[in-house]
Design a protein around this ligand. Structure first.
Ligand code: N01
Length: 898
């Protein structure tokens, strides 16, 4: 039962001078508010929506400027909760106009009789959590106050217009319009001198139509934006066929996609495609006129890699140059200051061609900033423009503006949301805020929202919230509140996701940079709609993880914790592996396991091109061994790194870490020689160790022949290869050569005991299991042999070893023995740097182009190698700063290392 069974009507409440009592108060009657009312009603909860506007529509009520349309195809930008609603409405265009979308929302409001629970012309002016009654008290500017158990902000992400921050706006005597608050009556621009300030989506949609009416249009542009033609018309036949062929599957795919529109995921990365293939894909995307298409269908690295992105950005600039006749104007319209997609790109109709009209002038504010607005026009620091009408298309205080417009929102202990968010929004799942019980935000900061098809994200949020309210009612809970731990964990996960994409490289409204004084940070969740949905589902299925629930007569429930501790791409990889339901590798036997690894490796993306790859043979401890050499494209001779692959002394070969070797060769500018050492169980201990040592000596002796620099070599290895690299350093010290200048040990095996905590914490679920390690050890050596430093280097003498970098991953059984080795090296006076990869698993750093969050870690490793070789350090754009999840070396280890 709802806790307040009688929903006092507003008029009744006003008459009594009492607040209107409801279970749920909703702010806003746009896309979100309407569906929310419908769902709450179906759940038997009493609700009222408070809406400042005179009718439903939200952003579509206010944004009536010429050219206003959606920029997600309308068949996708629709409600999907009711198949009958879907068949009752037909969109006339691929991208519907604002009036048609507003009609649709009116149609929905009528169909479900929603208006009777909406108080129009009513602004919520303050919201206060009353601890005594455990209810929110809302003040309004029109009619009765509202008291409710749950307070839900359905206020939209782009609904609080941003003031233009230009001196003199109030002095202007002509007409002034804001795209975000366009008048209902017709605005007559014919014969007038019009200025448009702002070239975001609103400006870009409005400018071509204003140019057709105005005598003279002057566009004041601060930052050029990427736009591509919408090619509007009827809904495209191919997408309609997909939808109508199997509507339920289409909608479900949208819900689990990255952006909320079903498109397949691209796997080919830019450098795997020829120029002609890339151009062909680009032209197809250009012709499609679809933002989601061009943002997701070109090549897999366009949104995550600066080089992959630069290719599409240049193709877009080429289109601008081809359309705009005046080269200076074309140059001014060409964006260079942000990666494509990092700032919201636009869909246009004749935007660039509009600048070829004789009545249109572009003013580049980067060259001549606006000094002031005067009574009769606009003055830059070079010229004065006489103007009759100014249109401000200057955007919004996005994501937080409309939430904070209700002020104050006071939570537990009288804390105000504006104080809590002073340094940027803090949320759990973008839905809730610690300290603000029973407050929900639909598509709030921290959720996919504006980086997705809003219709899909809105439905997901509302379904999740409504389902939780129903479950709470059934269990007798009356309050729900995010914990600080969960919220802090979400902030970390948000930051990890943001590091994956290029949004962090642009100053945009996504990051709050468009509003002076606003805290900077990527506000929407960049991890994708499908992953986000699975996380929300996980929170619910794990007993409302990260929430505290209370109620009269029921025991408090608080299942505290962080819902995502893995790096976002690691989570996806492990999820995919789990779905494959693979048999344990150790159950396959050595041959079966090798076949499996070979098949697995064949399916992964090939490594990046390097200058040259040569296969050869070198002399091992007891005979010839294969090697593969990777040479950088830069002029040599290069320093040499002897590399040992992973595989538990049983699996892999000199080619099995191919993408990693290529990547490290490119980044470090060094030759990598990957050694095919002998494997167990055919060749047991100490075959691999002795081969490692012999191969290192051979490579050092043949450095010049291999095209390398004479002098010391370096050694590197991953997993069991890290073990061989560490052992090789000890043997080289004890046997008088080869000369080794540094060792890079990535998740190395260093000791034979399984009793460190990481072996228990990460025993299963992270691919390298405890049981697999058991099998590896059994295959390689007998229990009696295991304490020999040639397989447990931690038990060896550690003084006078080459300087080292030891990399460990949080979710790896081998983590603690790696840390122990680094600490022991440091204690023995060896200079050592530790890199601890937070949220990563054993294979993270070698899964090049799959685990993208490993990039910065590899950049740091490459720099360490360069340091070993006495070369200057390298920095690439987009990889600066702290590595995602990689902490800097603990200072005490550095200090101990002297
Ligand atoms: O706002 P914006 P918008 N002096 O912030 C400039 C959605 N939307 O309303 O980039 C001079 O993008 C500012 O310059 P700069 C869509 O998600 C969707 O256009 O800050 N210029 C920028 O050029 C979109 O992204 C549709 O340097 C000033 C412009 O004003 C979001 O809403 C349609 C200035 C603002 O661009 C916002 O779009 C419309 C100043 N003081 C909007 N202040 C659809 O198609 C700001 N600018 C669905």
């Amino acid at each position: 039962m709802p806790d307040v069974t009688v929903a006092g009507s507003a008029s009744e409440a006003t008459r009594n001078g009492q607040p209107q009592q409801v279970d749920v108060a909703v702010v806003g009657a746009g896309f979100a508010g309407l569906y929310l009312l419908h769902r709450l009603r179906k759940a038997g909860l009493t609700a009222v929506a408070l809406e400042e506007a005179g009718d439903v529509g939200g952003t579509w009520y206010w944004n009536r400027y010429p050219g206003a349309r959606c920029d997600i195809q309308t068949i996708d930008y629709s409600y999907t909760f009711d198949p009958e609603l879907e068949s009752a409405w037909k969109w006339s265009e691929k991208y519907a106009t604002q009036p048609e979308i507003l009609r649709y929302l009116g149609f929905v409001a009528d169909r479900y009789e929603l208006r009777r629970d909406i108080r129009f012309g009513t602004k919520v002016t303050a919201a206060n959590w009353d601890e005594a009654t455990e209810r929110w008290q809302l003040a309004t500017d029109n009619g009765a106050a509202v008291a409710c158990r749950y307070y839900i902000m359905a206020t939209g992400c782009l609904s609080a217009p941003k003031p233009p921050e230009i001196d003199g706006v109030k002095d202007f005597k002509g007409e002034v319009y804001f795209t975000g608050r366009w008048p209902h009556e017709e605005v007559k621009l014919a014969g007038k001198r019009v200025a448009v300030i702002g070239t975001g989506s609103s400006g870009i949609q409005a400018i071509p139509l204003i140019a057709e009416q105005a005598a003279q249009l002057t566009v004041f542009q601060r930052t050029p934006n990427f736009a591509l033609p919408a090619h509007n018309g009827p809904p495209p036949a191919d997408r309609m066929a997909l939808l109508e062929g199997d509507r339920a599957t289409y909608r479900e795919q949208a819900r689990w996609s990255l952006a909320g529109v079903p498109w397949p995921q691209q796997t080919a990365v830019s450098w795997q495609l020829s120029d002609a293939e890339r151009r062909e894909r680009f032209e197809r995307a250009w012709a499609a006129g679809d933002l989601v298409h061009i943002l997701t269908q070109l090549w897999a690295d366009q949104g995550v890699d600066v080089d992959g992105n630069a290719l599409v950005a240049e193709l877009l600039r080429e289109k601008i140059r081809a359309t705009v006749m005046d080269p200076e104007t074309a140059a001014a319209l060409s964006p260079h200051d942000h990666p494509f997609g990092a700032k919201r790109p636009c869909l246009d109709t004749n935007y660039y061609a509009t600048y070829n009209r004789p009545n249109v002038t572009l003013v580049n504010l980067r060259q001549e900033p606006i000094k002031e607005i005067t009574a009769s026009g606009i003055t830059t620091d070079k010229r004065t423009f006489d103007i009759d009408v100014i249109v401000f298309a200057t955007g919004f205080d996005a994501m937080t503006g409309a939430i904070m417009a209700v002020h104050p929102i006071t939570g537990r202990g009288g804390r105000s949301l504006s104080d809590v968010w002073a340094n940027g929004p803090q949320t759990y799942l973008g839905l809730t805020v610690a300290g603000f019980p029973n407050l929900f935000m639909i598509t709030g900061p921290g959720s996919p929202s504006v980086l997705s098809n809003m219709a899909v994200s809105i439905e997901q949020h509302i379904d999740w919230v409504a389902d939780r309210l129903i479950a709470m009612r059934e269990a007798g809970f009356t309050t729900v509140e995010a914990t600080e731990t969960a919220q802090a964990g979400w902030a970390r996960h948000m930051a990890d996701c943001a590091t994956l994409t290029l949004h962090r490289l642009a100053n945009t409204w996504y990051t709050g940079a468009n509003v002076p004084g606003k805290a900077w940070g990527v506000m929407p969740y960049t991890g994708g709609v499908g992953p986000y949905r699975s996380i929300c589902n996980e929170v619910a299925s794990r007993g409302m993880l990260g929430f505290r629930l209370t109620g009269p007569g029921v025991a408090e429930q608080c299942n505290d914790g962080e819902v995502v501790r893995l790096q976002p791409d690691v989570r996806l990889v492990l999820g995919m592996l789990e779905q494959m339901n693979l048999p344990p590798i150790e159950s396959l036997g050595a041959e079966g396991a090798r076949d499996f690894v070979n098949q697995f490796n064949k399916a992964r993306p090939p490594g990046r091109p390097v200058g040259e790859v040569i296969d050869g043979t070198l002399q091992g401890a007891e005979g010839p061994l294969p090697y593969r050499l990777y040479r950088p494209a830069t002029p040599g001779p290069h320093p040499i790194v002897v590399y040992f692959h992973g595989g538990g002394w049983v699996l892999g070969d000199e080619q099995s870490d191919d993408p990693f070797c290529r990547d490290m060769c490119r980044r470090s500018g060094m030759i990598f020689v990957s050694v095919g050492y002998r494997h167990a169980p055919e060749h047991r201990f100490p075959a691999a160790a002795e081969d490692g040592y012999a191969a290192t000596c051979w490579i050092a002796e043949h450095a010049a022949e291999l095209g390398g620099k004479a002098g010391p070599v370096m050694v590197a290895g991953w997993s069991a290869g890290g073990n061989i690299a560490a052992v090789t350093c000890q043997l080289a010290r004890d046997r008088g050569g080869a000369q080794i200048s540094g060792q890079l040990l990535v998740c190395p095996v260093t000791d034979c005991t399984f009793d460190r905590p990481s072996y228990n914490e990460n025993a299963t679920g992270y691919f390298l299991t405890r049981s697999l390690m058991d099998w590896f050890w059994d295959s390689y050596c007998s229990p009696a042999e295991r304490t020999d430093p040639r397989v447990s280097p931690l038990r060896g003498k550690l003084e006078n070893l080459p300087q080292a970098v030891v990399v460990t991953c949080e979710f790896d059984p081998l983590r603690d023995e790696g840390v122990a080795y680094a600490e022991a090296l440091a204690a023995a006076g060896v200079p050592v740097e530790q890199l601890k990869a937070r949220g990563h698993f054993h294979s993270s750093l070698t899964m090049v182009d799959v685990v993208i969050t490993g990039v910065s870690g590899r950049a740091q490793m490459a720099n360490a190698l360069r340091r070993f070789a006495g070369l200057p350090l390298e920095r690439r754009q987009g990889e600066e700063g702290a590595a995602p999840g990689l902490t800097a070396p603990p200072r005490e280890i550095d200090a101990a290392a002297g």
